[in-house]
Design a protein around this ligand. Structure first.
Ligand code: AMP
Ligand code: ZN
Length: 469
């Protein structure tokens, strides 16, 4: 049984999609006014784990991730750079897709952009419908707002008391036109700061609010009811609360079955965010010599609902962990092609990795299963208790779990000529019992980024993960 923690009910619930084996997932994507930071990628890696695990369990996932290419920040950026909105956001969009690839995040099936005409049409349609149902109104400032007091479920996702949203006397001046301080904009009337960004609508020239963008793209591509909607916890309120109000206000149907939110990535115990200026982009981290899969591991290894503090010590731990995996795989490959039959069956693979993930994506449990397997099989190989067939079974097991983890080294194991020369020199030194020379050559190989292991079949060398030769 697969169980997920549903933010809506604040409880673990058995996962039952509307139309199995199909599963629809909507993810709030990046606002493309700068490069995404690794906090954002924690959210996308959690969603990637979710998709990959569901697929490993036989579900067919249809995932949509929107690209927010019009909002206050993108407009401000384009005006400051004196280029069109499109020219401004385009390089960040491209950078985002490159980063997804570096982190081995599966591509969504669709990446709708809020400014595409079909979605703008849908937004205008939805807003008109909300006005018709008295759930929205145009205020004196010409903007259109959602009337939260007419939607009794408003506040249920965030477990908010509507009384708390009453005006406090400290109302910002751009909000005094609204009937209620909690009413949020569906359509923002054009003002000077918008420059040449704007679209015509029944309410005059303007642009959509951020929340309606997601409701329109999600329902256009996935229908009125979707299985899973995800994001980071900062999306819960007001963004996702507003998405529910808008979508259900129009369709009258339950919008989302399971709301899943990941906790934040922190730096020095504060949320990593652009506004605090305490963020690293993926490029900042890879420039320090870490590979994409090391960053992936570092962001993946902690349960998604637990806050994760980003440190470079954590990056080193990730490098070490992956090195253990690489060495283990190399050893298994050697064993699988040896002719030595195992004297005993040795440890055998189980389904425990997948079962751990069934439990609300318990990744720490799943990685615990992997590292326990590494310990056990290494011990069995040390004792010559794992034969070629046993090693093959473990490699097969790894293939399966790597479909979910996507952590295997892609670097070629072939070594360049100077490394071959050093390895050969070390072999000769060892034949001559010159242990001092052998140690010197090992240090030389280490310094060039290679690990050496002496086995009964001679030296085995592996590239140290993340270090460029
Ligand atoms: P944004 O571009 O700010 O709309 O954020 C894109 C996604 O990243 C959203 O799902 C956010 O909830 C998520 N996010 C933003 N900051 C963090 C963080 N520090 N840790 C984890 N997720 C985050
Ligand atoms: Zn959204």
């Amino acid at each position: 049984m697969i169980r997920f923690f549903n933010t809506y009910s604040r409880a673990l619930e058995e996962f039952a999609p509307r139309d199995p084996p199909n599963v629809s997932i909507y993810t709030c994507g990046p606002t493309v006014y700068s490069h995404a930071h690794i906090g954002n990628f924690r959210a996308y890696i959690f969603e990637d784990l979710l998709q990959r695990h569901l697929e490993a369990r036989g579900f067919k996932v249809h995932r949509v991730m929107n690209i927010t290419d019009v909002d206050d920040k993108t407009i401000r950026g384009a005006r400051a750079a004196k280029v069109s909105l499109n020219d401004f956001t385009d390089p960040f969009k491209r950078g985002f897709f490159e980063d997804l690839e570096t982190l081995r995040i599966k591509r969504a099936d669709e990446y709708p952009g809020a400014t595409e005409p079909r979605y703008l049409t849908r937004m205008i349609e939805m807003i008109s419908e909300l006005i018709k149902r008295d759930l929205a109104y145009q205020a004196e400032d010409k903007s259109v707002y959602f009337r939260i007091k007419k939607f009794p479920d408003y506040g249920k996702l965030a477990h908010l008391n509507l009384e708390e949203l009453r005006p406090t006397g400290r109302v910002r001046n751009d909000e005094y036109e609204k009937e209620n301080i909690g009413d949020f904009a569906l359509w923002k009337a054009w003002d000077e700061a918008d420059g040449d960004v704007g679209w015509d609508s029944p309410w005059g020239r303007g642009r959509p609010g951020w929340h309606i963008e997601c409701s329109a793209m999600a329902t256009s591509l996935l229908g009125d009811q979707i299985d899973i909607h995800c994001g980071g916890v900062d999306n819960i309120f007001p963004h996702h609360e507003a998405e529910i109000a808008q979508s259900e206000g129009v369709t009258g149907k339950k919008f989302v079955r399971y709301w899943m939110h990941c906790a934040h990535l922190l730096v020095d115990n504060q949320k990593m965010s652009k506004s605090l200026g305490n963020f690293y982009t993926l490029r900042d981290v890879t420039a320090k010599g870490y590979s994409g899969r090391e960053v992936r591991y570092a962001l993946l290894r902690v349960h998604y609902r637990v806050q994760l503090n980003f440190t470079f010590e954590g990056m080193e731990e990730s490098r070490q962990a992956l090195m253990r995996v690489d060495e283990w795989l190399q050893r298994l490959r050697e064993t699988s092609s040896s002719t030595l039959p195992g004297k005993e069956p040795g440890p055998v693979p189980t389904d425990d990795f997948q079962s751990a993930l069934d439990d609300d994506l318990n990744i720490s449990g799943a990685l615990g299963v992997l590292f326990e397997a590494i310990r056990e099989t290494n011990r069995a190989m040390d004792a010559n208790e794992l034969g070629a067939d046993g090693a093959k079974a473990w490699l097969q097991w790894w293939e399966e779990i790597n479909q979910v983890l996507a952590l295997e080294a892609r670097e070629s194991m072939a070594s360049p000529p100077e490394i071959e020369t050093l390895t050969e020199a070390r072999r000769l030194a060892r034949l001559a019992n010159d242990w001092q020379k052998s140690d010197e050559l090992r240090r030389e190989l280490n310094a060039r980024g290679w690990e050496v292991r002496d086995t009964k079949d001679g030296q085995k060398i592996t590239r140290r993960v993340g270090i460029k030769p």
